[in-house]
Design a protein around this ligand. Sequence first.
Ligand SMILES: C=C(O[C@@H]1C=C(C(=O)O)C=C[C@H]1O)C(=O)O
Length: 100
Amino acid sequence: MSDPTPLERLERLRSSIDNIDAALVHMLAERFRCTQEVGQLKAEHDMPAADPSRESRQIDRLKGLAVDAHLDPEFAEKWFNFVVAEVIQHHTQIADEHNA
Ligand SMILES: C=C(O[C@@H]1C=C(C(=O)O)C=C[C@H]1O)C(=O)O
């Protein structure tokens, strides 16, 4: 068998990227399903939308995992903060609706 052509290599890599992107979408959907439930629980029991100490423990943990996985830890932190900002918006909205 001859070596794959550059175009074949590109297509194989893109096929893996497609699978990874699909997995990320499913994992994010599952994460938001859980955080929506957390938001409901917090609204029902008057707990604050954000928990900065939990966030900072998570950031430390994820940065450590990122280093081990050869992923830029600063990128891991940015990604986490981006997702959490959206989660907190959802929690604030759930609490507002609960208190209306
Ligand atoms: C999901 C929670 O609510 C917020 C969102 C977090 C997250 O998305 O990881 C972490 C802490 C909180 O600021 C939680 O308190 O666990």
